[in-house]
Design a binder for this molecule. Sequence first.
Ligand SMILES: Nc1ncnc2c1ncn2[C@@H]1O[C@H](COP(=O)(O)OP(=O)(O)OP(=O)(O)O)[C@@H](O)[C@H]1O
Length: 90
Amino acid sequence: MNTNEISCSSGGRAGTILGNSYKVESFLGEGSFGFVTKCLDIQTSKTVAVKVNKNRPRILEQAKLEMFILEQLRCLDPERSSRWTLSLSS
Ligand SMILES: Nc1ncnc2c1ncn2[C@@H]1O[C@H](COP(=O)(O)OP(=O)(O)OP(=O)(O)O)[C@@H](O)[C@H]1O
């Protein structure tokens, strides 16, 4: 599943809308910087994984760095990474 990153203080309860674009279906897992939810992309009706980071400045900086690295990887392997969507939203 693809992972989108969103910095968001709201919870990951089923039915919650994240970043005006993703409807939470279920909880997938938790990491050091936040948690990951299984979501429906409202525009495309595709199932995606959305990463919800803790709302802290240091973690936001880390998320930006992670997105930068993923963009670099996308350049190296555009075919395999074509399904990634990288965005930050509050
Ligand atoms: N694309 C995905 N599809 C399904 N489950 C996922 C996906 N991405 C993450 N997960 C689940 O969510 C958990 C947390 O992922 P996350 O990327 O936040 O942290 P991590 O990489 O495991 O650890 P850290 O936060 O320390 O980097 C993962 O361990 C996994 O169980």
